[in-house]
Design a protein around this ligand. Structure first.
Ligand code: ADP
Length: 593
């Protein structure tokens, strides 16, 4: 990455503010010209005063001269102030608006990405958050630096140098020689900081992610009294960051010192040379002041060059990760594929292998069918690959080998949004957003009426409980119990009313009575839909029209409950264990007898 790359990539965002940028450039030129006024006025003043010392002057003339000088200096200061204000105003406008645009674009991009993007360890939540924040901050700073800082500084330095050369070539040369020294030291400084900066970036992302994880798991931390252990872990990361920051600052102090010496050396050389010319009667006394002030106009922008260079290298460090993140087309969900008006929902897994981005193979040569109007169950021990198969069906991941067909056409050829619009998904652990119960159910259908929401809640056996809460549907959903939150997710499904339903342990956290009620509601909506259920609840499995048994990522049997049980093997073991866990003999004796 270099400046050209960055500017090219940012061009669409900068273009919008070209009017402000042109105005900023005009102000830059005016500001740079104004900066040369004071040294010139000072030179004139000193020379005039010196001339007046030799002969008697009338008071009137003194008042006129002093008054004019004060008016010019004050006028120049007021104009400079207005120009600087205009530049700051424009700079903020460009910087913050561009940051807003970049943020919107980034959010739009990464929410369109495939889940496999988020499964990568470098894209964990906290790390992404830091990358977005720092990326946008440093990139917008760079644009501001280039257009609003560097240009005025360079223009100021260039005008000042031109004036010095015009006065005297030798003094001009001395003032110029210092510049490459200064730039060389700044460059060295930045190069040495490069690796430290990379370390700081990584540790910052790690720190944000770790803090995020800690706060997210605070319940577990407290229940195991692991506060000290966690504090220790955080301290470890913090220590790494502190060490790198200190190293970074130490390097800065050293190089800042060197630059200060170079600058002072420049002042001394310009001063000595000018005195020499003054004593030789080749220059007036005013030239001493003029040259020192002009040299200051040359060196002070260059002094800021390091801050800009520093921020620029920071932007280089962050921009690579940032652009990698927002330009990752391979993770972009497919848009513009098939959108069928007559979706049946017949899925077919054809020799599907699936390997997670971390290399874990979750499915091996899997073949199965989901048929419209039928309920299919996936059964197997934990870790067998059931949820992975469901994730592939919903298009969250793509198969590594083989293909998935939907109504005879490759699932990959469909518009991803279209497929998801037609799928209702209830997972074991459903995400409840911060917001009210009503808002959370409405997520299933954003335009739903309040009546429709209540109807969905009724089907999910939640309505009566909600009414008993002091704030009813306005209750914060995150304050509800796990089972109630699960029912919100089920209500969302009822509200969405999709033709394809995927249920991954939908009643795992519900009590027996609610489980029965939900089962009845789900049974009632099963007709004419494609239903896939993953469950450890044997009554839900037995009722399925077709059952597939998965073991270590492979299908090891399929059929109906009866046929599979007769076959023996894993399925019968699972059913027998279930029966024993339920203490079915005693249960039957009590319930039936
Ligand atoms: P099941 O739903 O049958 O319990 P999963 O489909 O969740 O099983 O998991 C199958 C295998 O894939 C497991 O070994 C699990 O560790 C692994 N796995 C699940 N999710 C991920 C993931 N996001 N990244 C890597 N491996 C995963």
């Amino acid at each position: 990455m270099n400046t050209i790359h960055i500017l090219k990539k940012l061009f669409p965002f900068i273009r919008k503010y070209r009017g402000s940028l042109i105005l900023a450039l005009v102000l830059t030129t005016v500001g740079a010209l104004l900066s040369q006024v004071t040294p010139l006025v000072m030179e004139y003043s000193v020379n005039t005063v010196q001339g007046m010392l030799d002969k008697p002057v009338d008071k009137q003339r003194i008042y006129i001269i002093v008054g004019t000088l004060v008016a010019i200096l004050l006028g120049k200061e007021i104009l400079s102030l207005l120009v600087a204000l205009g530049q700051k105003f424009l700079s903020d406008r460009i910087r913050f608006r561009m940051a807003g645009d970049l943020y919107d674009y980034t959010i739009n991009r990464i929410t369109s990405y495939h889940l496999s993007f988020f499964a990568l360890s470098q894209n964990q939540t906290g790390k992404l958050e830091k990358r977005i924040d720092k990326g946008i901050e440093s990139l917008t700073k760079t644009v501001k630096n280039i257009f609003v800082d560097i240009l005025p500084m360079l223009a100021n330095a260039a005008f000042a140098l031109m004036l010095i050369y015009k006065k005297n070539v030798w003094v001009g040369l001395v003032a110029t020689i210092i510049l490459p020294c200064y730039i060389y030291i700044s460059r060295e400084q930045t190069l040495r900081q490069k690796s430290i900066r990379h370390n700081i970036q990584h540790v910052r992302e790690e720190k944000a992610n770790s803090l995020f994880g800690l706060l997210e798991s605070i319940f577990v931390v407290k229940s195991f009294v692991r506060e000290r252990y966690e504090t220790g872990r955080q301290q470890g990361i913090n220590l790494k960051l502190t060490e790198n920051e200190i190293k970074h600052h130490r390097t800065n102090y050293l190089f800042d010192g060197l630059k200060s010496i170079a600058e002072q050396l420049g002042v001394v050389m310009v001063f000595t040379l000018t005195i020499f010319f003054v004593l030789n009667k080749e220059m007036t006394v005013g030239a001493i002041l003029l040259h020192i002030m002009l040299f200051n106009n040359v060196s002070s922008p260059v002094r800021h060059l390091h801050r800009i260079y520093d921020e620029y290298t920071e932007a280089l460090t962050y921009s690579e990760g940032f652009f990698d993140m927002i330009e990752n087309d391979k993770y972009l969900s497919k848009k513009g594929g098939i959108r069928s008006n007559n979706l049946q929902g017949n899925f077919s897994f054809q020799h599907v292998d699936f390997v997670y981005p971390n290399g874990k193979q979750a499915l091996k040569d899997v073949r199965f069918e989901l048929k419209n109007g039928k309920t299919t169950a996936l059964v197997g021990l934990s870790g067998a690959g059931k949820s992975s198969a469901m994730n592939l069906l919903a298009g969250f991941y793509d198969p590594t080998q083989g293909s998935i067909l939907l109504d005879g056409k490759p699932l990959a050829d469909y518009d991803t949004d279209f497929v998801r619009e037609n799928i209702g998904l209830v997972m074991q652990k459903n995400h409840i957003f911060s917001g009210t119960i009503e808002e959370n159910i409405r997520y299933g259908e954003l335009n739903a009426t309040r009546e429709a929401i209540e109807e969905a809640a009724k089907k999910a056996s939640l309505h009566d409980q909600i009414l008993r809460m002091p704030n009813g549907y306005e209750t914060q959903a995150r304050e509800l119990s796990g089972g109630q939150q699960q029912r919100i997710a089920i209500a969302r499904l009822f509200l969405k009313n999709p033709p394809i339903i995927f249920l991954d342990e939908p009643t795992a956290s519900l009590d027996a009575i609610t489980t029965e009620q939900i089962k009845e509601s789900i049974d009632a909506v099963k007709n004419n839909r494609t239903v896939l259920i993953i469950s450890h609840n044997i009554s839900q499995i037995m009722d399925a029209d077709h059952i597939y048994v998965l073991s270590e990522g492979e299908i090891v049997g399929h059929g109906t409950h009866e046929s599979l049980y007769k076959e023996g093997g894993l399925y019968s073991q699972i059913i027998d264990s279930n029966a024993r866990t339920l203490n079915i003999g005693r249960l039957a004796a009590t319930v039936l007898g």
